[in-house]
Design a protein around this ligand. Structure first.
Ligand code: FAD
Ligand code: SF4
Length: 329
């Protein structure tokens, strides 16, 4: 058993002060990922800072019309919030595709951004894993890698980020608001999560002393043509093998704007803006979506048990784009 101490943060500054300088302390929100990792002996914080008492539980419009989602709003309350359902239905659809009702009632928006990979070897402390123990090796590359990445991998890690919510946030161009010892800053979602490269133990660009205070959704919203498609081994309560978040806008019968974000294929939600630009002003046909999918996936690399993923991802992209196009409002 690993001993740890526990305190309840009394305010945002207090939470930041508590974590600053204590390398092995961690924030705890819903606990749905962190407690599992502690029980599995993967993480050993020596101090937990409970942030559930902080006033980060609101969803409200900012003066400029953007929507602020507090870090401690549960995934369930976010998905069922009337303004999210009305203006950002892609986000609601993605959140509701994840986990189970009970988990979504506990899981928070901040915790969802920070959840760790579901790589089997990361959880199995009897096996080498560079993310858990840097320098020990990657068991997945030559092991069982059915759920693993095909894009942006490195020779040190081929894990994927497991979140559904974050894939939709990537399509929406959300921004993560954080506060640390040096003050407040905003991190665009595309720069929040990292690729593994040489440091797979670092999932994201949040500093240890920084607290996520909220997520900001841009004013611009897509609530007519959108789709979150999740392909998984079971119909519910399973992580994505491949997921696709699509938003699209048409003008005079051709694509005016399209965004395609992929989950289950990389260490971070994946987008290729070059391909999205290629689709602009083209007819919204299956043929064009398929050609775009080929371009997105042209650098895909597989590792054996996940050889099926590029073909699956291509079909999922085409189907998600088609369903976004044909959605009846
Ligand atoms: C069985 C199961 C199935 C699941 N299925 C899915 C799924 O299909 N799709 C999906 O997307 N997710 C799924 N999840 C994951 C779930 O969404 C996450 O566990 C949850 O979102 C984490 O939120 P939490 O508040 O419980 O975080 P916690 O477990 O409390 O914390 C997780 C991490 O986030 C950090 N943290 C939390 N809040 C903050 C903050 N405000 N600032 C800085 N750091 C913070 C903690 O220090 C910790 O490192 C599943 C989980 C389980 C257990
Ligand atoms: S893929 Fe990443 S998380 Fe999985 S064993 Fe390899 S290093 Fe560890």
């Amino acid at each position: 058993m690993n001993n740890f101490t526990y305190s309840q943060a009394t305010g945002i500054d207090n939470a930041v002060n508590e974590i600053t300088g204590h390398e092995k302390s961690m924030f705890i929100a819903g606990g749905t990922n962190l407690i599992d990792l502690m029980k599995e002996n993967v993480l050993h914080p020596d101090h937990l800072i409970d942030i559930n008492g902080l006033h980060l539980t609101s969803i409200e419009f900012l003066d400029d019309g953007r929507l602020f989602l507090g870090a401690l709003v549960t995934n369930a309350d976010t998905a069922w919030h009337p303004e999210v359902e009305k203006k950002y239905p892609l986000l609601a659809e993605a959140i509701l595709a994840g986990a189970s009702p009970q988990l979504r009632n506990m899981a928070t928006n901040g915790g969802n951004l920070m959840q760790r990979t579901r790589c089997y070897y990361f959880y199995d402390t009897s096996t080498p894993c560079n993310k858990r123990t840097p320098g020990s090796g990657c068991s997945a590359i030559n092991g069982y890698n059915r759920i693993h990445a095909i894009l942006g991998t490195s020779q040190h890690c081929i894990a994927v980020h497991p979140s559904d919510m974050c894939v939709a946030l990537r399509a929406i161009n959300a921004v993560v608001q954080v506060k640390g010892k040096a003050g407040e800053r905003l991190i665009p979602i595309e720069h929040f999560h990292r690729l593994p490269a040489y440091t797979p133990q670092i999932d994201n660009n949040l500093a240890h002393d920084e607290l996520i205070t909220g997520i900001i959704l841009p004013r611009e919203h897509f609530n007519t043509h959108y789709k979150y498609l999740k392909v998984r081994d079971r119909a519910s309560y399973a992580f994505a093998l491949v997921s696709v978040a699509v938003v699209l806008r048409l003008k005079e019968g051709v694509i005016d704007e399209i965004r395609i974000a992929l989950g289950g294929v990389a260490h971070k939600p994946w987008r290729d803006e070059g391909v999205e630009n290629w689709l602009k002003d083209k007819p919204a046909t299956d043929e064009n979506f398929a050609e775009a999918a080929d371009m997105i996936l042209q650098e895909a690399k597989t590792f054996g048990a996940n050889d099926f993923k590029p073909a699956l991802a291509k079909r999922a992209i085409v189907r998600a784009c088609r369903e976004a196009l044909n959605r009846e409002i």
